[in-house]
Design a protein around this ligand. Structure first.
Ligand SMILES: *[C@@H]1O[C@H](CO)[C@@H](O)[C@H](O)[C@H]1NC(C)=O
Ligand SMILES: *[C@@H]1O[C@H](CO)[C@@H](O)[C@H](O)[C@H]1NC(C)=O
Ligand SMILES: *[C@@H]1O[C@H](CO)[C@@H](O)[C@H](O)[C@H]1NC(C)=O
Ligand SMILES: *[C@@H]1O[C@H](CO)[C@@H](O)[C@H](O)[C@H]1NC(C)=O
Length: 131
């Protein structure tokens, strides 16, 4: 076998092994640039997409109101309409049911990989809604 061909085969093998290894080792990054768009008391959580080559990424959103934070062991409540969705926006209007401070967070899933939660900076209080 010519040396060039052997080299080519070796390199291909090494490269494919590396991508295999890296694919398993690099965790999915948490969604970033998480923000709220709130107009006329309609509230939307938005974030930047997490891109994985050749894979569909799905997002899930959870919230934590004052009640959950102070009386329910800091639990988080999943927003069913925004579970494993492929878009990067979630209508949270129904879940923001009181004028208290809400925490919001979103994570990404792709194949068997799952990211950490990305959390909104600071709290959202619906009295900041623009008209
Ligand atoms: C976050 O937003 C900034 C400004 O719009 C952009 O440059 C950056 O790429 C975004 N981050 C991600 C992870 O998409
Ligand atoms: C509160 O949460 C902690 C950590 O998640 C857990 O260990 C504990 O059992 C919970 N307590 C109650 C009363 O649910
Ligand atoms: C968001 O949800 C609210 C409450 O369910 C609804 O009134 C509104 O039409 C929705 N907006 C969009 C753009 O889906
Ligand atoms: C919204 O409500 C919070 C808590 O009640 C209050 O501290 C804040 O000043 C209010 N902001 C506006 C814009 O009304």
């Amino acid at each position: 076998m010519p040396l060039k061909l052997i080299c080519f085969i070796l390199c291909t093998l090494i490269a494919s092994n590396l991508t295999g290894l890296l694919g398993e080792d690099i965790p999915l990054p948490a969604p970033q640039n998480i923000s709220i768009l709130s107009t006329n008391m309609k509230h939307f959580l938005m974030w930047s997409p997490v891109n994985v080559q050749g894979e569909t990424v799905r997002y899930s959103v959870e919230f934590q109101g004052e009640y959950e934070r102070e009386y329910a062991n800091e639990s988080w409540i999943p927003i069913c309409e925004c579970s494993l969705i492929t878009v990067t926006v979630c209508n949270i209007t129904e879940d923001i049911s009181a004028t208290v401070a809400y925490n919001l967070r979103v994570r990404a899933d792709s194949g068997t990989q799952r990211s950490e939660w990305g959390t909104l900076n600071g709290f959202f209080i619906r009295n900041t809604s623009k008209s």
